[in-house]
Design a protein around this ligand. Structure first.
Ligand code: PEP
Ligand code: MG
Length: 588
């Protein structure tokens, strides 16, 4: 019987077929044990020693990961270190041991459970991810108290495995042995979780959010992880294995083939050059992106820096160091840093409004920066100082009109003035742009073009806000239509406005990596596309087989069509007639 597809979220592309290694959660049983008054002091000492040991382990892990993967990954452990050094938690556990005369394990468990209960009431992914950190630290402390100092160590694997787990903590993920972990299938997790980000950086095919996969699989089972399509097969039959092996070979052959394109220009047959840039979250992603042919970073999502630094905010110096790293690594190209875009479905910080019924339309991105100019100021100063080390551009997200651009610019001007007075070097000519991702901004693009140096069209949000569909809501995902005439018309208006004002315009939403999206975008006059790095080779391949003059005619034609389906079918026919051997693009 053929194995059923277990659906999840494909967070890191590629297919792997191999034997499962199911990570047991090894929950330690925790009992409430009353203790005698004379045992209180020794119990407190045991608690202090466990904290010391946890701190030692975490520092060791931090150093090891810093050597192997760089500082951006090791910083994950800072959040854990902060938790084991948190006096509020340390003191209240000590108090419970002393006053309730209970064992350290129980006192700790009660304290952590109380925090997790509060976190659970807050419907916010960011807070829930912080809950994950707390659980991770809790497990470590309980294991130490139970005397089992050795944690399963994924860095010591000697055979190829697909790691299957209920949840992979950041420490587990960062320790994955790149040589032997060939895939990941995990019950929990989302596209923005640490696990997903690290899996992508390590280029390990991964499917998260699988629900109960860790209960359905046993160590040694044969499984298939399809990171492209976002599903897993458990004990596939021979014909399924054959099919996935074929797809895997095709994927690898295509990757190899596409790699050959790396040094070829992304030009259409009629010599229109298209700049292909990468969207990244960490400076360490620059090198793999350039390897795939990116000629710069079109979108650096600075949110990850905030996530790493939680529960505190990144300091100006931390901003500066991260962006300086980016500026140095991206040379001789440029990088566009997008300022804070927290809120909505993004990592939401505990210092910000949390009582919003509809946070996607709430206090997020640039609005939040105006509400908390102190947060904005340290980021602006960090970006400016980093601009002395390479070509940095900056852009503001979620802009809705000219007033916001002026307000942001005036805060930016204040930061520049301060730095000048302090004698700190920065690029006086740094270019300032905005995301066009709210329909209001698209509608006044002609006015906005006079105020900024460049536009970057964020189709992910532009589609969400134009079509009134929550981009994270599965039940309306069928309405998420990049080729809707309302979207294409707005893009045309924005591109034309930018052209009239002589400012560059690019697209940095997912549409820029979709073959039909690429056709229509070039047809509308775009020559700069920014996307996830994995898609760059296949997009380049498509561009090289197209003709820009033809695409302009095709775009003009589809702009007069009434439905996304008509448009899609027309583009598909045109694409197939131009790529007779067929085309395939990995879904990321
Ligand atoms: C967008 O909205 O298209 C975009 C690129 O930004 P994000 O996906 O980070 O919201
Ligand atoms: Mg956006």
């Amino acid at each position: 019987m053929s194995a059923e597809q277990q659906p999840g979220i494909g967070v890191s592309a590629g297919i792997s077929i191999g034997r499962a290694l199911v990570l047991e959660t090894h929950e330690v049983s925790i009992y409430r044990l009353p203790i005698l008054p004379r045992d209180v002091e020794p119990e407190l000492e045991r608690w202090r020693q466990a904290l010391g040991e946890a701190k030692r382990q975490l520092q060791q892990l931090r150093h090891r990961i810093e050597d192997e993967l760089g500082e951006n990954y090791s910083a994950i452990f800072d959040a854990h270190l902060l938790l084991v050094e948190d006096h509020g938690m340390i003191d209240s556990v000590s108090k419970a041991i002393r006053e309730q005369r209970v064992n350290a394990e129980w006192a700790l468990k009660e304290n952590v459970d109380a925090h997790l209960r509060v976190f659970q009431q807050i419907n916010d992914r960011y807070i829930q991810e912080r809950g994950g950190d707390l659980e991770d630290v809790h497990r470590r402390l309980q294991r130490i108290l139970a005397g089992s100092l050795i944690h399963h160590d994924l860095s010591e694997l000697t055979e190829d495995v697909i790691v299957v787990a209920e949840g992979l903590s950041p420490s587990d993920t960062a320790l994955l042995n790149k040589e032997h972990v060939i895939g990941m299938a995990v019950d929990e997790g989302s596209r923005t979780s640490h696990t997903a980000i690290i899996a992508r950086a390590l280029e390990i095919p991964a499917v998260l959010g699988l629900g109960t996969i860790s209960q359905k699989v046993r160590t040694g089972d044969l499984i298939v992880v399809d990171g492209d399509r976002g599903h897993v097969l458990v004990n596939p039959d021979p014909s399924q294995i054959e099919e996935y092996e074929r797809r895997q070979r095709e994927w690898e052959a295509r990757e190899k083939e596409l790699q050959k394109l790396r040094d070829l220009p992304a030009v259409t047959e009629d010599k229109v050059e298209v700049k292909l840039l990468a969207n990244i979250e960490l400076p360490d992603e620059i090198e793999p992106a350039v390897k795939r042919g990116a000629s710069g970073i079109g979108l650096y999502r600075s949110e990850f820096l905030y996530l790493q630094r939680s529960p505190t905010l990144p300091s100006e110096q931390e901003h500066y160091l991260a962006y300086r790293d980016l500026a140095e690594k991206v040379q001789p190209h440029f990088a566009v840093i997008r300022t804070l875009d927290l809120g909505g479905e993004k990592y939401f910080h505990s210092v910000l409004d949390r009582e919003e019924i509809n946070p996607v339309m709430g206090m997020r991105a640039i609005r939040l920066c105006f509400r908390r100019p102190d947060i904005f100021r340290s980021q602006l100063r960090g970006i400016l100082r980093a601009s002395a080390h390479g070509t940095i551009r900056m852009m503001f997200p979620m802009v809705t009109g000219i007033g916001e651009v002026r307000q942001a610019r005036s805060l930016f001007e204040e930061a520049r003035e301060e730095l000048r007075k302090e004698g700190q070097p920065f690029d006086e000519n740094m270019k300032i742009g905005i995301m066009i991702e709210v329909p209001a901004a698209a509608a006044v693009a002609d006015l906005l073009a006079a105020e900024v140096d460049f536009f970057s069209i964020g189709t992910n949000d532009l589609i969400q806000y134009t079509l009134a569909i929550d981009r994270g809501n599965q039940s309306v995902s069928y309405l998420y239509q990049p080729l809707h005439p309302a979207i294409l018309r707005q893009i045309k208006f924005v591109v034309d406005a930018a052209r009239r004002h002589g400012i560059p315009v690019s697209v940095c939403g997912e549409m820029a990596s979709d073959p039909l999206g690429v056709m229509v975008l070039i047809g509308l006059g775009l020559t700069e596309l920014s996307m996830n790095a994995l898609s760059i080779p296949s997009v380049k391949n498509i561009i090289r087989s197209l003709n820009a003059a033809d695409l302009r005619k095709i775009a003009a034609k589809v702009l007069n069509m009434g439905t996304p389906t008509e448009i899609e079918e027309h583009l598909m026919r045109e694409l197939q007639s131009r790529l007779p051997g067929g085309f395939s693009c990995p879904v990321h």
